[in-house]
Design a protein around this ligand. Structure first.
Ligand code: UDX
Length: 462
């Protein structure tokens, strides 16, 4: 390996979604020279004008400082981006096809573009696939596209790695800078070593870096996301059981369960279920992938089935408070699939809204960031400009996203504005005792009589 390879300084990122842009600003913030390449002129314009092209806490500020420091610029041309740098991270999306399988079209066309650029570059270059792809994709179609377009050979003329990303929307920058672990899938030792060298200069030395085969690294991403999805569906299944048992509250149960170090308390929050751009898509894609190999993946199927049922269940809880739903108004607080994002992809709120509209209810929705749903089937949804306007005259309210501002609402806020104060807490942000004593209150995972055994240390001391 040459000294030059040890000291990568110029990095290009192809794709400027959550992963691409977070990676770009984080490298730029640590003094690397970064070119972020996107096909969208609007995004190029926005980034170069120092604005993040989508809502993500801290991203606007990070884009601004990166551009002002001269360490980041956005560029349409992928070939320029590759030509002027030593390493390229490929971060384009891998959406889901109608049958649940992964759509590799953007990954392949980006690989072809990178390959064409490598043909003209005439120097060793490292290509790192960050996009989520099923095992075998990088060694298969990605390598083929790169080699055919460049006329070069992977492993000798250019390096090839995969490096799955585990960031969460809403904390994308923090997660990019401080991951629990870094996974490198290497095509050959030289590629893996070059990426490890880059990361050793970038991450805190306490962060473990694991190197493995391309396929194992691709699989780590799916195995992690589906495990998280399974934890949530497990909590939601427990919630359904708890609801039938007076005196039980699933959040107390999961607090008790999560203290077992073998389990840990995270991703055990029962609620409306999981949405977003990764957990649903990756679970479906791994299911399909397993099926193609002749294995039906019953655990993954159950994870998806419980999640789907949970959104209908939340809508059902609301309908149970309404009697005849026609001419009744339901207020939805929250639309985004989680707080601190404007992303509606696979949001459980959409299934809840659709079910209520189908039942004949009037549905109003307020979200601090998502201003409307521009998808077919939601034309009748109403978008009042504030929480109070959304609650005004409503017969039931459902909490669908746990935004901080909703957590501050009190029973009086609902009593004051609603026609009949009934609340379905599908994200467990309210105290069931406090709310249950003042209004009709149904919460995911709370048995009909409230949990009267007070178990926390603090409660025992009182
Ligand atoms: C997820 C993974 O966490 C991340 O590692 C991966 O890189 C991308 O996919 P993200 O989709 O941004 O991240 O959000 P996440 O925080 O995982 O939440 C996903 C969904 O699960 C949300 O709808 C959230 O409301 C729900 N969720 C999460 C629960 O219902 N209960 C929980 O306990 C945790």
């Amino acid at each position: 390996m040459t000294a030059h390879e040890n000291a990568v300084q110029r990095i290009s990122i192809v794709g400027t979604g959550y992963v691409g842009l977070s990676t770009a600003v984080c490298f730029a913030s640590r003094g690397y020279d970064v070119i972020a390449s996107t096909r969208s002129e609007d995004k190029v314009h926005s980034i170069n004008a120092k604005r993040a092209p989508f809502h993500e806490p801290g991203l606007d500020e990070a884009v601004r400082t990166s551009i002002e420091s001269g360490h980041l610029r956005a560029e349409i041309s992928r070939s320029e981006a590759v030509r002027q740098t030593e390493v390229t991270f490929l971060t384009v999306g891998t959406p889901e096809r109608a049958d649940g399988t992964i759509d590799l079209r953007y990954v392949i066309s980006a690989s072809e573009d990178i390959g064409r650029a490598l043909k003209r570059k005439n120097a060793y270059h490292l290509v790192v696939v960050k996009s989520t792809v099923t095992p075998g994709t990088v060694r298969g179609p990605v390598k083929v596209a790169l080699e055919e377009a460049s006329g070069l050979v992977a492993g000798s003329d250019f390096g090839l790695c995969t490096n799955p990303e585990f960031l969460r929307q809403g904390s994308a920058i923090r997660d990019t800078l401080h991951p629990d672990r870094v996974i490198i899938g290497e095509y050959d030792t030289r590629s893996g070593q070059q990426l490890a060298n880059l990361f050793e200069g970038f991450y805190d030395p306490a962060i473990p870096i694991l190197t493995m085969s391309l396929e194992s690294a691709e699989m780590v991403k799916y195995a992690s996301n589906t495990f998280l999805a399974m934890k949530i569906s497990y909590a939601n299944e427990m919630a359904r059981i708890c609801e039938g048992v007076p005196g039980v509250d699933v959040s107390k149960v999961m607090a008790g369960v999560g203290l077992d170090e073998r389990i840990n308390p995270r991703f055990l929050n029962a609620g409306a279920g999981f949405g977003g751009s990764c957990l649903p898509k990756d679970t479906k894609a791994l299911c399909k992938f397993a099926e193609e190999q002749g294995y039906s993946a019953p655990l993954l199927r159950a994870t998806l089935a419980v999640n789907k049922a949970q959104a209908f269940h939340v809508a059902q809880l609301a309908l149970s408070t309404l009697g005849e739903p026609r001419d009744k108004k339901v207020a939805l607080l929250g639309l985004a699939f989680k707080p601190d994002t404007d992303d509606l992809r696979e949001a459980q709120s959409l299934t809840v809204a659709r079910t209520l509209l189908k039942a004949g209810a009037h549905v109003s929705a307020f979200d601090p960031v998502v201003k409307q749903v521009s998808l077919p089937g939601f034309e009748e949804l109403d978008y009042p400009p504030s929480t109070s306007a959304c609650l005004a005259g409503a017969h039931c309210c459902i909490i669908l996203t746990e935004w901080e501002q909703f957590k501050r609402l009190t029973p009086d806020d609902f009593i004051q504005f609603m026609a009949t104060p009934a609340v379905v807490d599908a994200r467990r942000i309210f105290d069931p005792h406090e709310f249950g004593n003042r209004l009709t209150f149904l919460a995911v995972g709370v048995g009909r009589e409230l949990d009267v055994c007070r178990t926390s240390v603090r409660d025992n001391e009182e």
